[in-house]
Write a new protein. Sequence first.
Length: 25
Amino acid sequence: ARTAISTPTTSGTASPNWDCWMRMN
Protein backbone atom coordinates (compact mmCIF):
# COMPACT_ATOMS: atom_id res chain seq x y z
CA ALA A 1 0.00 0.00 0.00
CA ARG A 2 2.85 2.35 0.81
CA THR A 3 4.41 1.90 -2.62
CA ALA A 4 1.05 2.27 -4.33
CA ILE A 5 0.66 5.64 -2.59
CA SER A 6 4.23 6.83 -3.02
CA THR A 7 4.14 6.28 -6.77
CA PRO A 8 0.93 8.22 -7.46
CA THR A 9 1.94 10.92 -4.98
CA THR A 10 4.77 11.99 -7.30
CA SER A 11 2.49 11.87 -10.33
CA GLY A 12 -0.15 13.92 -8.59
CA THR A 13 -2.88 11.29 -8.51
CA ALA A 14 -2.47 10.63 -4.80
CA SER A 15 -5.54 12.67 -3.89
CA PRO A 16 -8.09 9.96 -4.85
CA ASN A 17 -5.72 7.04 -4.31
CA TRP A 18 -4.65 8.22 -0.90
CA ASP A 19 -8.24 8.70 0.21
CA CYS A 20 -9.10 5.20 -0.93
CA TRP A 21 -6.04 3.79 0.84
CA MET A 22 -6.89 5.63 4.04
CA ARG A 23 -10.43 4.24 3.90
CA MET A 24 -9.08 0.74 3.40
CA ASN A 25 -6.70 1.10 6.34
